[in-house]
Design a protein. Sequence first.
Lengths: 358, 204
Amino acid sequence: MKTLPLFLIASVCSWVCGCTPLNQNQPGSPGNNVVALEILPHPDTLNMGTNDSQILTLRGTSIDTSSQTITNSGVITDVGFTVTTTDTTTTPYPSDQARWTSSNTSAATVSNGVVTAHSTGYANITATAGSVSAPPVLVSVQGVNTAPGLSLDPPLVSVIFRDTVTVTGNVQPQATLIITESSSHHNDTAVSHNLNGNFSETIIGLSTGFRTIVATAQNPHQASLATTRYKYVYYYEYLSDSADNICGNWLGTTLGENFNFTITKSIIYSRYDINGHIDIQFQGIGVVRDIVLTGIVSRDGTIDASLSQSYQGFTISGFLKGYFKTTGTGEGSYGSSAKKSGWPTLSATADWTAVKQP
Amino acid sequence: MKKFLLIILLCSASSPLFSQNSAGVFTILLGGSAGKFNIDAGGNFNSVYSNNKPVYTGVFGLGNGALFLIGKYRVFNTSGQSTVTNSTATGSAEWKQNILLTGLRFGPGTSAVYLDALYVFNHAEEKIGTTNPAVDALSADQKIDQNGFAFAFGLSPKLAGPLDLDLEVEYSAKIQKTTLANGTDAPSLGGLYLSAGLSFYFNN
């Protein structure tokens, strides 16, 4: 009985304030169901000048579990199964509900997501909600009369099979960013970035072979104060003139199920068309057959294909990736999801292999 | 109803219209009929399959013209759409039922009506699934073996020589309680069979 007045007072206060307690089971809200936390924007390194401030936000990932029983009945036969799926939901997480810390408060401090740079140095910024911590963001603080900070996202060395590469990273927001590549004649002397210094630059028209991409951040007041970073790519084209050998009928296998498809030369230069059907095994539901496989095979042998099927509200979608060799073999993986009104979303991923038929 | 009773009366009293077979002579009976089988499986049967499909029966008998040891064999196959709930998938269903009846036929040699007293062996198989899309987890099949008894009443006016026309009403019921895999009682596989057919009587 002693708790009754307290309950009434709390109820009245809640009504007067027009607010309700934070729902512990709401996806993305502070609560036990939040299983992951992420700081946004999420560069590996956040470059700042002294006395600059930047706002970091949080995103929480929650788990929502649901189940659905589906029955199929005849007269003497009755089938029923319950499929349980775990859907993840990602929503913004209130910054003031997390505990923010800086590993080096002389370089930078943080309060409710607002980072303030104080002096040259580095600091790891982290946020914790309950027992879940977000991966830290490294803050690099540069002085006003020094070379601006610049970081490129990994990988810094990669092999590519197309003539296109995208360079992403973070630069001290006040700096001037220049990105160049010789074989493509790419020379952007004012790469744009957002308020946090994040940038994304796409370079097209690369020549085959080893290529060097040069990114330079200049102090806006003194260009000689600059920081240069490099990204290296090797553009590899391996099908060459024998690419037509992949054309024909292929027999694929995934999880013990065979599927057939054909590869034909496209009227579009340096491209092949892939068409066929695949049977995919979804966990908890079984095999869904005759999913349409269609897409293209690039001259480098890589596949860009989609999976689709729909019938009366039942929709299958997905992708198939991998590569083919002119010697008559191929391999890769696929991912697919099945959606239907009243059903939880089902997904399936697996590897596949294929052999060209004689 | 009066007409029906009149026909029975005429058949019971031997007449030129309903001439009979020779009694006391070893006789072989071969016959066949086509009709409609209304199964007692329950209301769900019609919703899944309907049951307007024609059913055919073969008849074989040995006797003395008035009393026959007979066997009947009937196949009742049909297909339909199973009931799928919480899903927009299309259901599919197949029903295969083999019916073997064996017993005695009284009367055809001495009157133009006959009565069958039969023991029934039923074997039913059902296979259900889904199409568009085909979902393996929603597919299953089950079998039932169920015995019972049946009575049939028939009119068999003579057409020409050893050939009789048969008009028959047969009702079969289960005498055996059978249980499905899920523990529930199996539906009755008996029912009402209305048919018309021909019989040949071969004797010396």
